[in-house]
Ligand binder design. Sequence first.
Ligand SMILES: Nc1ncnc2c1ncn2[C@@H]1O[C@H](COP(=O)(O)OP(=O)(O)OP(=O)(O)O)[C@@H](O)[C@H]1O
Length: 817
Amino acid sequence: MAIEPTTEQQAAREVFAAGQDLALVAGAGTGKTSTLVLMGASTRRRGLYVAFNRSIAEDARHRFGPNVQCRTAHSLAFQAVGRRYSDRLNAAARIPAKQTARILGINRSIDLGRDRQITVTHQARLVMSMIRRFCYSTDQQVMAHHAEPVNGLDTDAQNFLARILLRYATMAWEDITAPKGQLKFDHDHYMKLWAMDRPVLDADFVLLDEAQDTNPVLEEVFLSQDAQRVCVGDPAQQIYGWRNARDVMTGFPAQHLHLTQSFRFGPQIAAVANRWLKHAESAMQLTGHGPTASRIGRTPHPDAVLCRGNADAMAEVLAFLDLGIPVALTGGGSALQRIATAAMELKSGKRTTHPELFLFTSWEEVQEYVEYDSAGQDLKAIVGLIDTYGPDLILQAVDRLSPPEHAQVTVSTAHKAKGREWESVRIGKGFDAPLADEDGIPRDLNPAEARLIYVAVSRARRLLDPEGLAWIDDYEKSRAATGRSLIGLSLTGQLKHPSSPVSQFMQTHLPDTTAIEGDYLAHLTGLPHPVQPIEVQYPDWSALGHAIDYRLRLSFGGRLGPAVHLGVLAFEEGGHFPGSPPRPVRQALLTAGHQLLANVEAYLTDPDRRHKDIRAQEAVTRLCYVAAFFEDLARTGHIRRNSLLGTATPTTTLADLSAMVPGHAVNDIHQQIHLAGKPLASLRALPASAKVCGPLFAGSSDLGGADADYILDGLLLDCKATTRPRRLGREEIYQLAGYLLLDYDDHYGINRVGLYLSRQGALITWTVEDFLRRLGTTAPLPLLRRRFRNHLRAAHNQTPKTADLHIPPAPPSTMTS
Ligand SMILES: Nc1ncnc2c1ncn2[C@@H]1O[C@H](COP(=O)(O)OP(=O)(O)OP(=O)(O)O)[C@@H](O)[C@H]1O
């Protein structure tokens, strides 16, 4: 039966028919496929619908007209590249890890001490997993950071291992891509090869489905098409961790339209979904138009129980089995079976080959690891489950699971419930309230967690029992009582909270970031890939980011900035902070810090500094890297794990700290300095009076601080040392806008704003006029500044001050040349 399109669906069809790119944000149950079919039928042009998996593509084939091909990305890649390798794809189903090791010449275990070894077979498995992770990235070569984390290893050991594995992984990729390669060739491999070829899809328009969960490699292929591009999905349902915060849809430079009428459920369930959409930082709100009346209420017999993790799901399964109710577990119980078996092996004094536990020599060691090491948090829930029920009971329970068709209830994790729906759903265990901070105020609910909960609650058609979410009322109440204290956060801190005064102002007065985002993304095309350390799994990104910022400041003739000074002064007599080292160590670090500042000063005031030889340049780069840890102390109030300062002894000198700066950090910073040569040359050549580093603004004290990177002849510039430039967007744009507006009295005469991508040597700028206009305002800058000031001061007056900031306002650094 033909459906009558809603106004929203018609609007989408019209934008599509006009030939424009489009991001179609489609809430749960809002008739996404129906709308795409409507679009396809509105034209005779040739289309390509890219589905998330094979069964969706198969279903879609029956719904689209003959002008639209329905494919998965893998099938496109297979047709273009994969079939050349079909012999190897079809060959022996699997190559055992032993044989992989032999092919790669891995012939020795890696000894990690304390009776822990990484055997050749484990190394082979880790190498192949490194290749898989590389295949889903946009990187052009395998790097150490593609190595998967190994439970039980600290950062240094991980880095050490990753460097060894990288050698083999590079060889493995060479073998895989060679015509006569011997390693197993699989689907991820031709997908990556296809993407690296920069394919042009054979269609007039491309419809990318479930775009919010697209992996980076397919995302890049889609974005680089010249055909009309439509991406469809629901950013609020983004639950795969391909990227931290942003999905391809949110940043897609095109018109964004919404489908908000859900045909899955009625108004009551829509209201619950909307509550979670808000916590998920989505502006979308659904209306319920489901065929059946829907309600919220308790139910002892739901069709499905949705939980947070595997351990939570198992706890629910055990409860149903106790009651004699036939229960199915989505995805089956084999993962739990494997981990329970591994636990039994370890408990009986044997070693296990389980990929997450192979390094441990006993179950006690696993327990200790999850208790004391923050890296072990993922394992924690599963260890808790095994400790609560015992591996035997879990294995028995897995045996007693029913197939879905015979079960009375299905238990699923929220992840595995994606794309499914049930008549009645109970929200089960594991979705816990955020913990309270030291002041008893609940910490922020992580938007990623809220997205997962939104996915879970929006699976219900008729009845939703939100039992596992009962804490949300109290959470919202206590947040409402404390909400305004967000004014005490810095500019960047506030931008992470949609309800902060700064975010609220931006959303109201500069509402539309899509044009600037689009412009920014357009600048990225054709840029070289970001330089980055290749051989280190966990570079200290924060220290590298600060260090490149200092190095650029020095090249402009600016000083390191007040935060480094404060970090040094923290070691003075009486300057105590939590976890502060003993007095003799503090004295050593104070001396080293003062010397660091003096050495930088000497470098700056030396008229020949630009011509200094390589060794002198390297010495100053090392100082910058060390300085980053002093700044870190000033900003966080403690010496963090893996800080260079944490290794100090009473005899530590500046020379010792400098010598500890890893070679990869020096190389990385030098690569970036080299890239900066051309794009920043004219800015460097400006007279000293036209260059300000680390400017503070008249308005900086109206919030918890805001210091920009540079203002160069009226150009407000922020340096971003990111390896994933596509992840930048709204927040960074609002950051620039924030600095601009905080300059209440136009002290700096800012006439342009911009971002400098130091890993690509790319300078992207806008005139202030253009920037504001594209952000959707016609108000003149002085008026916006007045409004911003009034808004912040009003927020300030309504809140008791939170004095949690470590950096008092200080004058910006002055120029020396
Ligand atoms: N304009 C409409 N009026 C009434 N029902 C509609 C309309 N559009 C879609 N539907 C119904 O909504 C249901 C879901 O539609 P569709 O199959 O297009 O969605 P989907 O692609 O599975 O994804 P989602 O349900 O997540 O949007 C179907 O039963 C469909 O008939």
